[in-house]
Design a protein around this ligand. Structure first.
Ligand code: AMP
Ligand code: MG
Length: 327
């Protein structure tokens, strides 16, 4: 996962939390904040609990969980479980057992791939590689290379067996890229780790994508880049867009998000905001809706329970909202 991506996303959602002075009196929860670099992004935790020891333990557990997941899912580390799975695509067509975390995130990825009719596709790795190089060299990838890469990309090229917790890869040279969903999954797992320490008032913010628990006494204040302030409780937020990460070649702006149907970086620019009950869902849907036509994306959001979405097209002049966005 790219470091730049996370720092940039961090700018988009800026969490403005009212400072809540710690109250040392017994029985009153105090506010604790922690920050650590995880998955290449600055992760911030805000926890309300009565004692510092519980807060420290919970924060440590949350950061450990992020580190554990990064070791499994990094596509930069050739030794990660994900990289080894991708490498196996050339060697075997038989079922490959994977860890519970990798299975869970691949299972979720499959779900959003199906829901988005292939717009969200975690097998885009070969295309992402081409586009990373294109960005460095400021040159479009050759047609032939895009064609070759596209043969190794597709939701129909891999299968999961839920009972056996295995993955089957049907094509050589496949490459998974969980960049569109791993951060959301990490946030949810950190959130759970904190909850296990009995903390219900908490916020996990990873580069602007976040999950909020019960609200503190003053509520959660979230300032978004379009100025809107939400005060949600028990919700997750994610954003996706090409406002900062893109490459311009021959006067055309290509996003780091790839349309699996064309094999190219998106050329329509948009910023997508999604709220859902989990950060995994919000993260995956924000990426999916970036690729889909806005009308279809909003229709998908409307069809899902507890999901709201807003899409702002590049020039900011056209905005699409799901029915429940205002709520
Ligand atoms: P996000 O910022 O969450 O939208 O994720 C963008 C990242 O997801 C990219 O940097 C790629 O690693 C990966 N990606 C690119 N295109 C797709 C796609 N069509 N489906 C799923 N993941 C993608
Ligand atoms: Mg995403």
């Amino acid at each position: 996962m790219s470091i730049a991506r996370y720092f940039i996303l961090r700018l988009v959602f800026l969490a403005l939390l009212l400072s809540f002075p710690g109250d040392a009196r017994a029985g009153k929860p105090q506010r604790f904040e922690f920050e650590s670099l995880q998955m290449g992004v600055s992760v911030r935790l805000v926890l309300y609990t009565e004692d510092a020891e519980t807060a420290n333990k919970a924060a440590q557990a949350a950061f450990n969980r992020f580190a554990e997941l990064n070791a499994i899912m990094s596509d930069y580390d050739s030794d990660s479980e994900l990289s080894r799975l991708s490498a196996a695509s050339g060697e075997t067509e038989g079922p490959i057992p994977v860890s519970p975390d990798l299975f869970a995130i691949l299972d979720a990825s499959k779900r959003y791939s199906v829901l988005s009719d292939g717009a969200f596709d975690v097998t885009v790795g070969p295309l992402v590689r081409l586009w990373r190089r294109a960005r460095r060299q400021r040159e479009l990838p050759k047609d032939q290379l895009v064609r070759q890469a596209r043969r190794r990309v597709g939701n129909d090229l891999w299968e999961l067996d839920r009972e056996k917790q295995t993955v089957r890869l049907k094509q050589q040279g496949m490459r998974f890229d969980l960049g569109g969903i791993a951060k959301g999954y990490g946030i949810d797992q950190a959130f759970e780790a904190i909850r296990k320490h009995g903390i219900t008032v908490q916020l996990v913010d990873a580069g602007g994508d976040m999950r909020l628990g019960d609200a503190p006494p003053d509520g959660w204040k979230i300032e978004m880049n379009d100025g809107m302030t939400l005060a949600p409780e028990n919700i997750a937020l994610a954003t996706s867009g090409d406002r900062f990460r893109f490459v311009e070649i021959g006067g055309v702006r290509y996003s780091h998000i790839i349309d699996p149907k064309t094999g190219l970086g998106l050329t329509h620019s948009s910023t997508v905001y999604v709220t859902a009950l989990t950060a995994t869902e919000a993260d995956a849907l924000a990426s999916a809706l970036s690729v889909m036509a806005p009308e279809a994306g909003i229709q998908l959001a409307d069809s899902l329970e507890n999901v709201a979405a807003k899409i702002v097209l590049g020039d900011g002049k056209r905005t699409f909202q799901s029915k429940n966005w205002q709520e």
